[in-house]
Design a protein around this ligand. Sequence first.
Ligand code: AHR
Length: 681
Amino acid sequence: MKNTVLTFSVFALMVLGCKDATQVETVNSESNESVFTVAEIEDGTNSNLVVDLADTGIKIQPTMYGIFYEDINFAADGGLYAELIKNRSFEFPLPKMGWEEPHSVRYSLNEGSGFSKITNYVDPQGGNRRYSHTVVHNDETYELFNNGFRGIGVKKDAQYNLSLLLANADGIEQLNVALVDTLGTVLASTEIFPDAKDWKTYEAVFVSNKTEAKARLKITFKGNGTIDMDMISLFPKDTWKGRKNGLRKDLVELLDGLNPGFLRFPGGCIVEGRTLAQRYQWQNTVGPIIERELLINRWNDEFAHKPAPDYFQSFGLGFFEYFLLSEDLGALPVPILGCGMACQFNTGELVPLENLDPYVQEALDLIEFANGDVNTPWGKVRKDMGHPEPFNLKYLGIGNEQWGPEYFQRYEIFAEIIGEKYPEIILVSTPGPFSDGDMFEFGWEQMKKLNVKLADEHYYKSPQWFLDNADRYDSYDRNGPKVFAGEYAAHTPGVEDGPLENNWMAALSEAAFMTGLERNADVVLMTSYAPLMAHAGGWQWAPDLIWFDNLQSYGTTNYQVQKLFANNSGTDLLSITQDGKPLIGEQALYASAVKDTNLNELILKVVNTSNVSRNIKVKIQGGKVQTEGVAVSMAMEDLYAINSFEEPTKVSPQESEIKLDGELLEAEISGQSITIYKIKM
Ligand code: AHR
């Protein structure tokens, strides 16, 4: 069957790095920019490929496929950080946000039900500045609710750790704390008897009698009088690695499935802040949880069409936890720090060069925190938090999406001072959020001059861009800075913003592009899809690798692609060609080949972006392989197919056995497919 060229061209979306209403342009349909071209190929076309087992001398770095983590889309509070109570310590700028008192009366000294008065500590400890001084006039009617993060997700028969800090009970004999569903039916409850004047932690375990995505915490009282309350907290007992008050297990398991070589954190634009005062300051995110200072999340009010006024960073998930997570995942930690420039898509506020010292000091302190001896001030903080061993920090990013001369003036100062004290640390710089253009070129010139080791490139582009750029790195200077493709994702124009963007068209084009990343493993040392996670009820940015709600989570089509590549990354690059040339889209085929010297395995990745099946003959030369192997493949006729909560693995790999005829692998690959062949050598 002969296919016509199908071009989905209307409304190509140009996404320039940090996407907001002003930066998103729809391209006039008259420009006819293609979104994803389905190539004109005869059904059953034969393609003859040649794989050479001889070493190219190019190593696939263990960091080739990693994770980009940013607290966007409620990825931390309300997501990975498993706390279920929002604003548990009354520190939000509106201190009762997340809390409700349906029958409170505040205009009477002793009538009505009662009222929680937000009170400042005389002697605040770090970021813990407030508590609730709750006055109960009528214990039969006063109720205090917490709504959680767009509801509290609880599962039937699962256990939840409740804890409260209480003090100064006067006339209040008992607190009844319950989880209730949307109709008010009790799912679990406990009684707490405050018996101390001083602040004391009271704990209980809830077992929910029902699964409910939008439960609420309800506190009622026995006795009329007053009581002080702080840090009202509820965590699932079953967290990642069973750590008390830890991370959401299903989400970390998805991350673990990616077998990441590195974990980049904490972002993203969140590093820079919309203003310098709102930048991410890692030192405020370590130490006792209760003392960590709350900060507005920069995605709180970033997009007028997606406001999230209740989006703050409690930093329960802070730098210590990120380092620990990296360790758990066997991933190298790659923190990124601000460089004295607020987000240039926002204020672009600059610290004068003369005043840059505190910013550089933050970087030096971080290195000490991660790697320093336990007798150094920051090494001691790490030890006191329970991790005397160093975290093995090797990479550190300076600035996120920065551009222009001001950035390089600042980067140079960081590089000089850090290089002097910690020459072993590899610094990551950036040409900015652009994938080309004069600022991008300028950035590369500067990075070369400054002898930068790793350049963080970002691209959020149409699927067609990814197809067209599978050869992007073929022409990169082999002697210049190496590349960290630190944020990328195909954005499908014309698709409703949200989970539908994580469609097969996007994932397939990313896979085609990724064969190009792999073919250039001498230049591209690190790669990560972005962003990582999104709460289906609270997201700001799509597409995302993982979607979750209060109860469930799933990996998108793009996740399946990342997982496939990362779990088959190999150790050494080989060559795979057609007519002596690399496969970069000629006849809609893309391919890369590696071997894994640990598994003694040849691994081929073949992507067919045409919509017809193809016959490939792969001649394996330069060594011997076994005559049996495995093919792992994903194929979808519908380019708009997605995974979802209802069908979380609709688009996922299928495994089958393959047989070789001596040195020849003959196979039929489906239209719009990704296939990985694994053959023992
Ligand atoms: O991944 C979402 C955002 O995209 C990141 O915060 C930023 O670096 C980029 O603009």
